[in-house]
Write a protein that binds this ligand. Structure first.
Ligand code: BDP
Length: 710
């Protein structure tokens, strides 16, 4: 009886820990370890912490580091170490933000020393130790160093000044513009802290579809307030620059980059920004793309446009940069859209100032579930190139569906361009090591918003986390990152066997999820067959208006076959890649299944690697996607007792939606393509629930992240 009571009591305690998690704390939960003995086994090794930087002065960044250290250790092991701030150089290998950790003994007290060449480096060292502690890694013999491979690791927020977030699926913008600069949400600190915990050191706080108003004096006061909030966390603020700002807010009648008055206007504007934000990071510019103004209006090219802004950003010892976006394609151009950026930019190689980077999306089209990489990464040897990834799930189910994106990011980073022989990966292009550039940048389009849990889907936090971890170290594997994240985000006070199994379950679910979305939405290299506008759900029939915003432009379905012809018989986009890749991808026999329909218009009876015909394979992939979505839901349901109720239920509901959406994709796409293939569904594929018209008639009207119709 006594034993039973004890079991019941322990059971209640354990269950109690599982309640009341709303996701706000992200991966920084710092819950106290349950057993005193375990706590002591850690605190014994952490009696002292020495923070060593060149200044040795307790700056606001070091104060944040120290406070975090205390918060984490007091939280987890109920112990406050003695903290010393001392002066001293670290090794040059650690560059600006890296840190080294080793054991020390001060006055007979054992502990650790974190050394870095900057205060931010120490801050990152603190977060690293706290992560290890959360993961219950031994603190006994710490002796390691970590240096980010990429110098600037930035989030891009597509946030408008009215707090609408373009392609945002987690509420409104975090920036409460109307209340700034005086009233400052406590969330700004939590945001900065989350970024610092990942080593993200920059935030572009305004949308690429820029509003010049943010550069007016009133708004610069507000920008300065946000910069002040983020500074203790080592996060610098960047803005988007609207190219026509000299006209819109400057009273000039031109924005011509070669006009002296325009140059003087930008120079004065940049001075004014630095008066407000002395560590301002620089600008992102979307020019001459999707209706945004740019240098082409004045017969000037992208380099002339970028250099106009680059000049004042590098004046007076400033280290501001311009991230000039390569996401450009013309309204009046009938060249295959995926070829256009390369055609526009390659002739400009060598013409950009040293503080300009070309910001290139991973693929040449637009953040599809899978794309071939942008050929620009293998071109332009004399230009600094950076990669832009999309963390928000514009084309992968918004925050209703799970698509753990680390495998996508990893695929993009590991892709070999062959620009300078084998091993010229995009990771090495982006981190500058291929061409020996010190200035390197990576950007991720944020998935954060005002939702209590930051990202809408509770598991979408993993994508923010994964971007940050890969930006710091692109050699980490997506699986390692998933394991860390699952433990940090769902671990309880005392990991049990059951809990470890639950985490393994979460990791499995995460790891398969991106490919699942590919399977039920755009398998085998299909792309851009989603609904118009909000981009959620199937739309292979979308026609009318600009051809390059329709679906048939990309899938080219006809009675002969399916897929975009991008070899010599078609647009020949393949010629923009290295010969090694042309040989591999240009041949219908050697192209991998997952890029088949990206490069080829393949006959319906084309024989696939599996031995099946294209049509059958396509149908079975769609079915596989549905089966996998069902399996994710079932697996998640099975984890109920191991996960706190709030996050479990919020996630479960989304998996139900995902399984339903997967069916809609499968049925809609197969019915649509069947009009061309005129073949029956192979065995194993469920019959569609409705006719094609039913799916065409679906009208979601309003969907988050897109203005929509009411
Ligand atoms: C597309 C989005 C659009 C963005 C554009 C961009 O649909 O909202 O403005 O990219 O990156 O993916 O500029």
């Amino acid at each position: 009886m006594k034993r039973l009571l004890l079991v019941l009591l322990l059971g209640t305690l354990a269950a109690g820990e599982l309640v009341a998690e709303d996701g706000y704390r992200l991966w920084l939960r710092y819950d106290r370890f349950l057993w005193k003995k375990v706590r002591e086994s850690f605190s014994d090794h952490l009696q002292t912490v020495v923070l060593q930087t060149p200044s040795g002065v307790n700056s606001e960044v070091l104060a944040a580091a120290e406070a975090e250290l205390i918060r984490g250790m007091a939280g987890m092991i109920h112990h406050e170490p003695r903290v010393y701030v001392v002066a001293g150089e670290a090794s040059a290998d650690l560059r600006v933000d890296g840190f080294a950790v080793n054991k020390v003994t001060v006055d007979g007290r054992v502990g650790v020393r974190i050394t870095a060449n900057s205060d931010a480096g120490v801050l990152y060292g603190v977060f690293d130790i706290l992560r290890r502690l959360q993961l219950r890694e031994s603190m006994a013999d710490l002796d390691y160093a970590s240096t980010p491979k990429i110098a600037r690791r930035v989030l891009n927020h597509w946030d408008d000044l009215n707090r609408f977030v373009e392609r945002g699926y987690a509420g409104f913008s975090l920036w409460e513009w109307p209340y700034l600069p005086e009233i400052r949400s406590p969330r700004y600190q939590d945001y900065g802290r989350a970024l610092a915990s990942l080593g993200i050191n920059g935030s572009v706080i305004t949308s690429v579809n820029a509003n010049a108003l943010v550069l007016t004096p009133d708004y610069l006061e507000k920008v300065a307030a946000l910069a002040d909030e983020f500074r203790p966390w080592g996060v610098r603020v960047y803005l988007t620059a609207r190219f026509s700002a000299p006209i819109e807010i400057g009273g000039l009648d031109t924005a011509d980059p070669l006009d002296p008055e325009v140059r003087a206007w930008w120079a004065a504007k940049v001075d004014e920004i630095y008066e407000h934000v002395p560590d301002f990071g620089g600008f992102v510019v979307k020019a001459n793309s999707e209706g945004q103004p740019g240098p082409h209006e004045y017969g000037r090219d992208h380099a002339q446009g970028a250099n106009l802004l680059a000049a004042p950003l590098s004046k007076n010892g400033r280290d501001g940069i311009v991230m000039w976006r390569a996401f450009v394609y013309d309204f009046e151009n009938n060249t295959d859209r995926v070829k256009q950026a390369y055609n526009q930019f390659v002739p400009l190689d060598g013409k950009f100032a040293d503080n300009v980077l070309l910001q290139i999306k991973n693929g040449p089209l637009d953040f599809m579930p899978r794309e071939a990489f942008s050929p620009l990464f293998g071109a332009m040897p004399q230009t600094r190139l950076m990669m832009e990834l999309q963390i928000t799930q514009e084309y992968l189910g918004a925050s209703n569906q799970l698509a753990y994106l680390a495998p996508l990011f990893e695929e993009a980073l590991d892709q070999d361009t062959f620009a300078q022989g084998e091993g010229s990966t995009i990771a090495r292009v982006t981190d500058g090591s291929l061409k020996g550039h010190e200035l390197s940048v990576i950007a991720g389009v944020a998935n954060t918003g005002s939702d209590r849990n930051w990202t809408g889907h509770p598991l979408a936090q993993s994508n923010w986390y994964a971007f940050g971890r890969l930006a710091w170290d692109h050699s980490l594997s997506s699986e390692e990152i998933a394991e860390e994240w699952a433990q940090l985000t769902f671990g309880t006070k005392e990991p049990s066997k059951k809990e470890t199994a639950a985490h393994a379950g979460i990791v499995d679910i995460l790891m398969g999820s991106r490919e699942t979305v590919v399977n039920y939405s755009m398998p085998l290299g299909l792309h851009h067959i989603m609904e118009r506008g909000h981009h959620y759900g199937p739309g292979p029939w979308v026609e009318g208006g600009r051809p390059d915003w329709t679906a048939p432009y990309y899938h080219q379905a006809d009675e002969a076959g399916l897929g975009a012809d991008r070899v010599a018989s078609g647009s020949n986009a393949i010629e923009q890649y290295a010969p090694e890749l042309q040989a591999l991808w240009g041949d219908l026999e050697t192209v991998p299944d997952n890029l088949l329909l990206w490069f080829h218009h393949a006959p319906w009876d084309h024989e696939m690697d599996s031995g099946r015909l294209l049509w059958d394979e396509l149908a079975l992939r769609y079915q596989q996607g549905v089966d996998e979505a069902d399996a994710m839901l079932a697996r998640w349901v099975g984890l109920k007792r191991e996960i706190d109720l709030e996050r479990w239920e919020a996630t479960r509901q989304r998996f139900v939606v995902q399984a339903k959406d997967a069916r809609e994709w499968r049925d809609a796409c197969l019915l649509y393509f069947q009009q061309f293939s005129k073949r029956p569904l192979p065995e194993g594929v469920e019959a569609p629930a409705h006719d094609l018209q039913h799916y065409i008639d679906v009208n979601r009207r309003y969907f988050p992240g897109h203005p929509g119709e009411y």
